[in-house]
Unconditional design. Structure first.
Ligand code: FES
Ligand SMILES: [Fe+2]
Length: 389
């Protein structure tokens, strides 16, 4: 039975305030462009928020990223070559310095002044290189969420990358909706008691948290083996999921034997930084750094945990890609119904919508003021295939 017309129209009205796959990207934000080790002495092309970028590292070790389009005849700069700290276009040889300015035109003696491409502000922190996609004048590194645990000696970490053929909003929502563990992850790290376990949420401007207490439970292999709680029938699993920015979500899980006294029981914590960089409307770069702060010298746990977590994250990707196809194929007005456990994710989606609306206003204002940086939202909705690297 389909819901009655009144309910459908109420659901549609509510959804007008939330970000969806059709919501423009948020440009005034730091996103991860790549892992530090990807910035080497070669040119790498990557599409971010619908814009093609080329990135590399200078001889002095500084990362650099430009629009991947030569100012002469639009040849992709990523098809050029690096010569010292300059990039030479592979078509007619215009030479760019590390700031994106043309410093040589081989067909003439004098170099025209004021030619160049947009060079994006970058910030390298630990294993990540962040890119500011908005107005460079507003690139405040203080806005990058603190991720100092990634370089702390208390944590041992591992990293991975997956490309997802789905919109980034759905990944944020997935991470704030832990009820899916019992279903999407039934064969990996979900357990049947997860979906109905008690939870708390925190909703603040730009910060959304959901914490679930699954007690008592039996831990799935990834956590049972790595913590040694394999035989524990009264284990505790406390899972916290935090939206830290449109580019970053963090999940932390703590495990212990619930039969032991709180003052003296060992507790085991594992954490993952879910680093979410939109590529196009229908594709997302999904970087992960997973870590733990127990048994840090046990290399087998590092490998085992990483391998098992990637299996689970691929289950998320599989689910979200299926969702994306369903939405793409749905050719009638859409409606979706929410339940109480969606509270944190709905609040988060309203925040994304608000940020996206503000970003759009700024982009259009810059366009009308004749700014050289084009409003990339105008070309962000390119097809996933065309946007793929
Ligand atoms: S297109 Fe780059 S130099 Fe001509
Ligand atoms: Fe998941």
């Amino acid at each position: 039975m389909t819901p009655n017309e009144q309910s459908i129209s109420a659901a549609r009205k509510a959804a007008e305030q939330w970000a969806t796959r059709d919501t423009p990207f948020i440009f005034d934000e730091w996103y991860v462009l790549g892992f530090s080790h990807e910035f080497e002495r070669t040119l790498v092309k990557r599409t971010v928020l619908g814009r093609d970028l080329v990135f590399f590292r200078t001889e002095g070790g500084t990362p650099a990223a430009f629009d991947d389009r030569c100012v002469h005849r639009s040849y992709p700069l990523s098809r050029g070559t690096l010569d010292g700290d300059t990039l030479v276009c592979g078509y007619h040889g215009f030479r760019y310095n590390a700031e994106g300015n043309v410093v040589e035109v081989p067909s003439q003696k004098s170099c025209p002044k004021g030619l160049g491409v947009h060079a994006y502000p970058l910030c390298e922190k630990g294993p990540l290189v962040w890119v500011w996609m908005g107005d460079p004048a507003e690139a405040d590194e203080g806005k990058i969420p603190d991720q100092s645990w990634l370089t702390s000696s208390d944590w041992v970490t591992n990293q991975g990358y997956m490309r997802m053929e789905a919109n980034y909003v759905s990944l944020h929502e997935n991470l704030l909706d832990l009820t899916h563990l019992s279903y999407v992850h039934a064969k990996s790290f979900g357990t049947p008691d997860y979906a109905s376990a008690p939870y708390q949420t925190t909703v603040e401007e730009g910060y959304f948290m959901l914490e679930r207490h699954v007690i008592p439970t039996r831990l799935p292999p990834v956590w049972a083996k790595s913590t040694g709680l394999e035989d524990c029938a009264n284990a505790a699993r406390v899972a916290k999921s935090e939206f830290l920015s449109p580019a970053l979500h963090e999940t932390t899980a703590t495990f212990y034997d619930n039969d032991l006294p709180a003052e003296s029981r060992p507790e085991f914590s594992a954490r993952t930084a879910h680093i979410i960089t939109p590529e196009s409307k229908t594709s997302t770069h999904y970087f992960v750094v997973d870590g733990r702060c127990f048994a840090t010298d046990e290399d087998w746990i590092t490998d085992f945990m990483h391998e098992q977590l990637l299996v689970a994250f691929k289950e998320d990707i599989d689910a979200l890609e299926a969702l994306e196809v369903t939405l793409e194929n749905w050719n009638r007005p859409l409606y979706e119904f929410s339940v109480a456990s969606d509270h944190a994710s709905i609040s988060m989606r309203k925040y994304l919508k608000k940020r996206a609306d503000a970003s759009e206003v700024k982009l259009h204002r810059r366009l009308h003021e004749g700014c050289s940086v084009p409003p990339a939202s105008l070309n962000q909705h390119k097809e996933a295939g065309a946007a793929a690297k």
